[in-house]
Design a protein. Structure first.
Length: 440
C-alpha cells in the first residue's frame, strides 16, 4: 500500500480534494454502496473503485468497501504528513529576564493577576496567549516558574475545528508561537508525529489512538532527559478535556530536595543518572539556572544506570573512584523517589479544563500522566505538548569528574557486583512496573 501510494505520489490533500470534487454526476449507485468521507459527504462505489485503480491500491480480500476506503485515506495521510506539516522557525531569545523583586510590578503593568497555588504553581489571569506576549512579561513569567514551577492560564483560545475536533483552544500554530516566547526562542522537537498533528513541533497525546499517542509518561520524569541540553520549558495545552479523570501530576523538585535529610542530600549530590536512550549524564542534584535553588532530577522511566563518586579519581584511570549502583539500590531509590514526589506537599494532580494552558520550567518540576489519562472510559482526551530548547547543558558538577556521556550500547564499563546497565528507550524497570502503563 505504501509503495503504491508513493509510486503514484498521492498525498492526503490531493486525495481529499479528489474525494470532495468535482461533481459526481454520471454514476449510478445504490444507497447501500455509498462510502462516507471524513467530511460527511458520500461517494458512490464506482467512484471509490476508480480511486483505488488510479492510485494502484488493492484492498485486502473480503474487506468492506468503507473500511478499505478509510484504510487508504489513513495511509495517504500518514505518507504525506511529513511533507505538509509545518516546522516552526526559531526566533532566538526575546524574553527579558528580571529579578524576583520586579515580578509583581511587571505583572501589574500588563494587567496580569497572579494567584498562588498550593503546593506549587501560579494561575495567571488577564493574559491572552493567542497573541504575542511582551518580552518583559515573559521574563516575569520565567521568574515565577523558576520559583513556583509552572504557570496556568485558563480559558485560552477561540472556537476551532482543527483536525475535526470542535472546541475552544489554541491552534497548533498559536501554541508554537507561544512556546517560542520562552527560553532560547526555539523549539526542540524530538518526538514522532501522529497523523492528526497540526504542526511538526506538536506532540499530540490522546487516550484514543486514532487522535493521538497513548500510554505516554506514566512515571515521574522530565522531558528531554536524553539530551545534554534538556528542554528548558514545556507547554501543555488541552485540546479536548475529558469528562472523566485525565489528570497530569506535577511535582516541585526543589521542595523534594528540601524534604530529604541532610545526609541523603549530600549522598545524592555525589551521584548522577545515565540516560538509557543515548547515554547522556545528568546530576541527581543540581542548582536551578535561574533561582539557584538545589533541586532533584531523575527520569524514572528512562534511566540506564546511576553512578556515584565514592573515591578520588586516580591519574590516568578515567572511571576510577566511580561506583555503579546495583539492582537493589536502584529499585529502592526509584520507589523512594516516587513516594517522595507523590506527597501532597510536593505535588498536585491537575484536572484539565477546556482551554487550559500550562507552561512548566522543566528543571523546576517533574510530571507524569495519571492512570485516567490513558483510559478511553474517561472520555476523549487530547493534549498538545511543545518543548522549548534549553539554555545550557545539565552536566554533573565538575568536581565529580564524571564523563558527560557513555556508550550505553556497549558493555557495562563498571565491574561493581550487580551493576545495572540498561540500554534502550525503556530504562531500568523498578518496583511493580507491570502494573503501570508503557513507560515514557
Amino acid at each position: 500500500l505504501f509503495r503504491s501510494l508513493k509510486r503514484r505520489a498521492v498525498g492526503f490533500l490531493a486525495l481529499r480534494a479528489w474525494c470532495v470534487g468535482p461533481a459526481m454526476s454520471g454514476y449510478a449507485a445504490s444507497v447501500a454502496s455509498l462510502v462516507v468521507t471524513p467530511d460527511g459527504q458520500t461517494l458512490p462505489s464506482a467512484r471509490v473503485h476508480a480511486l483505488f485503480t488510479d492510485v494502484g491500491f488493492v484492498p485486502p480480500p473480503g474487506m468492506p468497501l468503507q473500511d478499505a476506503f478509510d484504510l487508504l485515506l489513513a495511509s495517504a495521510r500518514r505518507q504525506s504528513q511529513q511533507q505538509v506539516l509545518r516546522c516552526t522557525p526559531p526566533r532566538g531569545r526575546t524574553a527579558i529576564s528580571c529579578g524576583r523583586e520586579d515580578v509583581d510590578k511587571i505583572m501589574a503593568e500588563f494587567g496580569a493577576q497572579v494567584v498562588y497555588m498550593k503546593p506549587l504553581g501560579v494561575e495567571v489571569k488577564g493574559v491572552d496567549t493567542t497573541g504575542e506576549l511582551n518580552p518583559r512579561l515573559v521574563g516575569a513569567l520565567e521568574s515565577l516558574m523558576a520559583d513556583h514551577g509552572l504557570v496556568l492560564f485558563r480559558k485560552q483560545g477561540t472556537p476551532q475545528r482543527e483536525m475535526g475536533i470542535s472546541g475552544t483552544y489554541l491552534t497548533g500554530e498559536q501554541q508554537c508561537q507561544l512556546s517560542l516566547a520562552f527560553g532560547a526562542g526555539s523549539l526542540h522537537s524530538t518526538h514522532g508525529n501522529h497523523a492528526e498533528c497540526p504542526n511538526r513541533d506538536i506532540f499530540r497525546l490522546s487516550n484514543n489512538p486514532e487522535h493521538g499517542f497513548n500510554e505516554v509518561g506514566p512515571e515521574w520524569h522530565n522531558d528531554g532527559s536524553f539530551e545534554r541540553n534538556v528542554f528548558g520549558y514545556v507547554v501543555y495545552h488541552i485540546i479536548k478535556a475529558p469528562e472523566g479523570p485525565g489528570h497530569t501530576a506535577f511535582a516541585h523538585l526543589g521542595k523534594a530536595y528540601d524534604a530529604l535529610p541532610p545526609e541523603q542530600q549530600q549522598h545524592l549530590s555525589r551521584c548522577a543518572s545515565i540516560n538509557s536512550n543515548g547515554g547522556v549524564v545528568h546530576p541527581l542534584v543540581h542548582e536551578h539556572q535561574i533561582s539557584g535553588r538545589k533541586s532533584l532530577y531523575l527520569h524514572t522511566g528512562m534511566t540506564g544506570s546511576i553512578i556515584e563518586r565514592v573515591a578520588e579519581p586516580k591519574p590516568g584511570e578515567k572511571l576510577s573512584g566511580i561506583k555503579a549502583w546495583n539492582h537493589a539500590e536502584m529499585d529502592k531509590f526509584f520507589a523512594d523517589f516516587t513516594e517522595l514526589l507523590d506527597r501532597s506537599d510536593i505535588s498536585y494532580s491537575h484536572n484539565w479544563q477546556q482551554g487550559d494552558v500550562v507552561v512548566i520550567d522543566n528543571l523546576a518540576v517533574a510530571h507524569k500522566a495519571m492512570p485516567g489519562a490513558h483510559k478511553a472510559s474517561s472520555g476523549l482526551r487530547i493534549l498538545h505538548r511543545t518543548t522549548c530548547s534549553g539554555l545550557g547543558p545539565l552536566d554533573p558538577a565538575p568536581e565529580l569528574a564524571f564523563p558527560n556521556r557513555f556508550d550505553t550500547k556497549g558493555p557495562c564499563p563498571f565491574d561493581d557486583d550487580g551493576a545495572v546497565w540498561q540500554e534502550g528507550y525503556v530504562g531500568f524497570r523498578w518496583g511493580d512496573y507491570k502494573s503501570r502503563s508503557v513507560p515514557h
